[in-house]
Design a protein around this ligand. Structure first.
Ligand code: PEP
Ligand code: MG
Length: 576
């Protein structure tokens, strides 16, 4: 029995079998194929090579600025090898000649190359042998993984170095329910983490040296205890204790769920509106059971990720209408325009490589420089809004100029729709995400420009603290409870109050008990979160006195560290 610790992403206790996503040394079978199946095998090869290229592209983008340029160069070489005509043609020829399955052939051909390169004296060739091993295993992984259509993952605890948001979406869309996720990668507000939470998959991230552990047949994933942990190969006694713990946890969760239809009001009758953050095709009927007030953030980039090309105006319009219909016509829906860049990329669009993608062309900067894409989306939103309570929200806004440009573009979209004789909604509320310090500092100026604010504390934290939200190295600094971040929230809340503009928070902290308390102490009354957090936060709201909590505001803002803020609020929570 061995205990490994990591960071809690989504709560749960799971006892289950691991699926080790080691992308290395995968066991492969060798079987005969018929003459008729040769073309199919070659098609499988093409798909797997394309997937491998995409992975390298994503990896390269996500590592940019975090590792040395020379190290990044390895990925360039890998991509070149994947496009190498000799290597590919050797594989295809061997499939035709030997009539064996393609994964077997890939390994066989790769081994031939590896032996050849290893036998050469020059260290450059030894490195080439390693490169061939790496890319061939990547292709094999995709061949095995893609063809198994994720079936093997059903109910298992996925253990891996990292997992791309698009990969997690693919697993989810194939109807597979993962038991749990354990990753070496640390970003707790990364989009993989956000999706894992939205899908309600118990998850631990930031587990160091994951592949040095000798994973056994059975694991316990416990993200409920004070110290989130994984128990590898539990003994009988531990297993019994955890079976009991899992039952208790389930019961406690069901108890909280009972408050679902009760109003979200504090003891002193302040209404706190609870909204959901939605991305991808999640099950809206299930979400509706949590009784949210509306959708506070529709992450449309996940809809774009779910397509093979930029979705057309018509397609987007139908999708937005469908979401509104499934969700209940009267409830407000805030559609955030495409927010790609940093860790969110589209499989069919190559972003310009940048040294520092988090500070680069992302969010509204991208859409303003790709106006056709922007206009298609704005028109789709305008059309879908006719009978629905839809609002538009722009991400990553930094300057007033961006707002004014977007407003002009929106007017242009309306005019074009009118000319085309297509019905749309004339009056539509427009708001912005507050994620960048410049907007906090000029919150009063921006309040005059827009209808509402939604504070994206995930990004705001990274930009206020100048700390990459995905970096493991500076992870200890990244904390939304940092007094500097809370001061920024406070400035925005005050500006909203002064100009009578609604202020909500849609960053991850809104769905966390201590985070929500911090926000409410600053006067925030609109919280948007992953659906699974709604019952827990509603339960919390019903126990507090808003005014009394507000008395902690000064103490919190004068705190010297996130730890101090947390202690103040934990003490408050304990006494409820
Ligand atoms: C945020 O930055 O807080 C936010 C909600 O946007 P995202 O997590 O999608 O970047
Ligand atoms: Mg953001």
């Amino acid at each position: 029995m061995e205990i490994v610790e990591g960071k809690r992403i989504f709560n749960g206790i799971v006892i289950g079998k691991p699926y080790i996503d080691n992308k290395k040394n995968i066991e492969i079978k060798c079987y005969d194929i018929s003459e008729d199946e040769i073309e199919d095998e070659i098609d499988r090869l093409k798909t797997a090579v394309e997937a491998a290229k995409l992975e390298i592209k994503h990896l390269k983008e996500s590592l940019k600025g975090r590792i040395k340029k020379e190290e990044l160069q390895i990925l360039v070489v890998h991509k070149m090898l994947l496009e190498d005509p000799q290597f590919m043609s050797d594989i295809k020829k061997a499939v035709k000649l030997e009539k064996k399955n393609v994964e077997y052939i890939v390994r066989k051909v790769a081994d031939k190359y590896i032996i050849m390169f290893e036998s050469l004296y020059d260290p450059i060739y030894k490195q080439r042998a390693l490169d061939i091993k790496d890319i061939s295993e990547r292709i094999i992984y995709n061949l095995v993984f893609l063809s198994s259509t994720y079936k093997e993952l059903e109910g298992k605890i996925l253990i891996g170095k990292e997992l791309f948001p698009s990969e997690l979406l693919k697993i989810y869309y194939s109807g597979i329910k993962l038991g749990g996720i354990i990753l070496e990668y640390a970003g707790e507000t990364s989009h993989t983490a956000i999706l894992a939470k939205a899908m309600e998959i118990p998850t631990i991230m930031g587990v160091k040296n994951l592949f040095e552990v000798n994973w056994g047949e059975l694991l316990i994933l416990d993200t409920v205890s004070e110290e989130p942990r994984i128990i590898n190969d539990p003994d009988e006694k531990t297993l019994k204790i955890y079976e009991e713990k899992a039952k208790k946890f389930k019961k406690a969760t069901e108890e909280i769920e009972k408050s679902i239809n009760l109003p979200s009001v504090t003891l002193d009758k302040e209404e706190i509106d609870l909204y959901i953050n939605l991305g991808g095709r999640l099950d809206i009927t299930e979400i509706n059971k949590k009784n949210p007030q509306g959708i506070g953030l529709l992450r449309t980039e996940l809809i774009y990720m779910d397509n093979d090309e930029f979705p057309s105006e018509e397609k987007q319009m139908k999708l937005y209408e469908k979401i509104a219909e499934d969700f209940g016509k009267k409830k407000p829906i805030i559609i955030r325009t495409l927010d790609i860049g940093a860790d969110k990329n589209l499989p069919y669009y190559a972003m310009e490589p940048e040294e520092n993608p988090s500070l680069g062309c992302r969010g509204i900067r991208f859409t303003l420089s790709n106006r056709d894409i922007f206009k298609t989306q704005l028109k789709a939103i305008l059309r879908a809004s006719i009978d629905n309570e839809i609002k538009i929200m722009y991400p990553m806004v930094t300057t007033v100029k961006e707002i004014r440009e977007s407003k002009k573009l929106l007017i242009q979209c309306k005019e074009e729709l009118k000319e085309e004789g297509i019905a749309y909604r004339e009056e539509i509320e427009v708001g912005i995400m507050i994620e960048v310090p410049s907007v906090v500092l000029l919150a009063e100026t921006f309040a005059k420009e827009v209808d509402f604010f939604s504070i994206g504390t995930n990004d705001l934290t990274q930009y206020i603290l100048a700390t990459d939200r995905f970096s493991e190295a500076v992870h200890d600094i990244y904390n939304s409870l940092d007094p500097a971040v809370l001061k920024a929230v406070d400035i925005v809340a005050q500006a909203g109050k002064k100009f009578n503009k609604k202020v909500s928070v849609c960053g991850e902290m809104a769905g966390d008990e201590i985070g929500a308390l911090a926000l409410m102490s600053l006067g925030i009354k609109n919280l948007s979160m992953i659906p699974s957090s709604i019952p827990k936060i509603r339960n919390l709201v019903r126990k507090i006195e808003f005014k009394k909590l507000g008395q902690l505001r000064e103490k919190i803002l004068e705190s010297l560290s996130p730890k101090e803020v947390k202690e103040i609020l934990e003490e408050y929570l304990k006494n409820l």
